[in-house]
Design a protein. Structure first.
Length: 188
């Protein structure tokens, strides 16, 4: 992998990870309820996607407007991997050092939000009860092992997203076009 690409990946992976971590910590300190909000998570996924796509497009622009599928995939995938590692480390600190009761709080708020949402749509009580029962184990996703496992599962999603974006944004050089920057050896 080119040094230039490695530096670009690390820089944007760090930026994305630090932005996400900062927003999570701000949400925690301002209003912890946001962390249990489905909308908060969805908006965050959208922002991560937008930032990643813009970063890959900017990389292609820096390369003279050309980027192979491989370069695009590597760029996006490893940028998202770096982001995941940073966010996981900070999540472990948040749930296991800063506030050890946060996982239970998020679980309780998520159950309340889900029940309220289902009741608004007149979902039968039997289905509400089954949903609540399935959410009871939610706090297990905040264990240290589960946090690290999320990197693996997130990597699968990241790989799929990266290959789609790379396929859309790739722009190969025309092999039959002459490179105007190359020295002319015709007179030799």
């Amino acid at each position: 992998m080119k040094k230039e690409l490695q530096k670009y990946i690390m820089t944007h992976g760090l930026i994305l990870g630090l932005i996400q971590t900062t927003v999570y910590y701000l949400a925690y300190f301002i209003n912890s309820m946001w962390l249990a909000s489905m909308w908060f998570g969805m908006v965050f996924l959208l922002l991560i996607g937008i930032y990643s796509v813009v970063a890959v497009k900017n990389y292609r622009k820096q390369q003279g407007g050309f980027m192979s599928l491989k370069e695009g995939f590597i760029n996006m995938f490893f940028m998202l991997l770096v982001r995941s590692i940073i966010v996981t480390i900070f999540s472990i600190l948040l749930f296991h050092v800063i506030d050890t009761n946060l996982a239970a709080f998020i679980k309780d708020r998520t159950i309340e939000n889900t029940v309220g949402f289902m009741e608004k749509f007149n979902v039968p009580q039997e289905k509400v009860d089954k949903t609540v029962e399935s959410l009871q184990d939610m706090d297990k996703q905040f264990t240290i092992l589960a946090q690290f496992n999320s990197i693996v599962y997130g990597s699968i999603f990241s790989a799929i997203f990266a290959i789609i974006v790379a396929a859309i944004l790739k722009k190969e050089r025309n092999p039959f076009e002459t490179d105007t920057t190359a020295p002319n050896n015709d007179n030799a």
